[in-house]
Design a protein around this ligand. Structure first.
Ligand code: 5AD
Length: 314
């Protein structure tokens, strides 16, 4: 923890990125993974204080794509050369069987690995999706500060998240966590705890991006997280968790549309997640305001600008 905090707070930027760059090349090489993100539903039962999809928000139109639409998006992501499909939604009650069939179709007919990112669900549902072919599960711990977690997720506790992560790992999933940077009430020690938690759980993936205030939430007037701090966190994560796949998040591209993705890759990230969610759905997947949808072509450009390699077909 102390070492993480020192790196975050004190290490000169050039040293930090040199170390992160060396670690990246040694452990992951220059290749950047590209995940095709399909945000198939924005229906959510939770009331996370920071999130525009919170159940109380009446300003967005709720949707759930049908199976055929989802498969068409997955095909488009495959055609463009994505190596994985990420199926993401708000935490809702969509039928586990229905989702299992979609997972089976994508892993079977399209032959692409599927990552699920659909929140906390029942153990038998995680198990069913694993059996039908899902191999990875993203469920961010959001903040390792228990008191802050409880304030941001009324009625819920950090321990529930960690239990889900452990259960998913036991079921044979590769697991992904992540956290927000720049949350009101968060300090550097708290961010060091986030990184230590991911290291200690041994997560396979970690998505850390800036907090971005959303107008339809109680945190509307809070300041956003800084891109610079996100980049420092990425570099420290690369050094502390050399094995992990670290995406340069779309939230980072939102706070810095020109350079967010490129700088994220240069700081130690090795994955991008362009969205394949079609309009009008994409406009209603408003986790935070003004989300920059990093299309596939942009992903390729960012990877090339960062001097790295990809297998995109564009
Ligand atoms: N700013 C940044 N990230 C957010 N998320 C949700 N709301 C925000 C926000 N306002 C992220 C969280 C969550 C995922 C659905 O999106 O990390 O896990």
């Amino acid at each position: 923890m102390k070492k993480i905090l020192e790196l975050l707070r004190d290490e000169p930027w050039q040293n930090l990125t040199d170390k992160a760059g060396e670690t990246l090349l040694k452990h992951k090489g220059s290749h950047v993974f590209v995940r095709g993100l399909i945000e198939f539903s924005n229906i959510c039962r939770r009331n996370c204080v920071y999130c525009g999809l919170n159940a109380n928000n009446r300003h967005i139109q709720r949707y759930c794509m049908d199976g055929q639409e989802i498969l068409r998006c997955a095909q488009a992501a495959k055609d463009c050369g994505c190596d994985t499909i990420v199926l993401q939604s708000g935490e809702n009650e969509c039928s586990a069987q229905w989702l299992a069939e979609i997972v089976a179709e994508i892993t079977g007919s399209l032959g692409l690995p599927v990552t699920l990112s659909v929140g906390e669900r029942k153990a038998w549902e995680y198990a069913l999706w694993r059996e039908t072919g899902a191999s990875r599960y993203l469920i961010k711990h959001e903040t390792a500060d228990e008191a802050l977690y409880a304030r941001l997720h009324p009625g819920h506790a950090l321990g529930e998240r960690l239990d889900s992560l452990r259960l998913l790992r036991k079921l044979g999933y590769e697991i992904g966590s992540g956290f927000m940077i720049g949350l009101p009430g968060q300090d550097l020690a708290s961010l060091a705890a986030d990184i230590a938690l991911c290291r200690d759980v041994g997560v396979d993936m970690c998505g850390a991006g800036p907090f971005i205030p959303h107008p339809d939430t109680a945190l509307a007037s809070a300041p956003p997280g800084s891109a610079k701090l996100v980049l420092r966190c990425l570099a420290v994560m690369r050094i502390i968790m050399p094995w992990a796949n670290l995406p340069a998040t779309t939230a980072l591209a939102t706070v810095d549309p020109q350079n967010g993705q490129v700088q994220g890759l240069q700081a130690g990230a090795n994955a991008l997640m362009p969205s394949f969610t079609p309009a009008p759905y994409s406009g209603n997947y408003a986790i935070y305001n003004n989300k920059n949808r990093v299309a596939c072509a942009n992903a390729a450009k960012a990877i090339e600008r960062a001097g790295r390699t990809h297998r995109l077909k564009i």
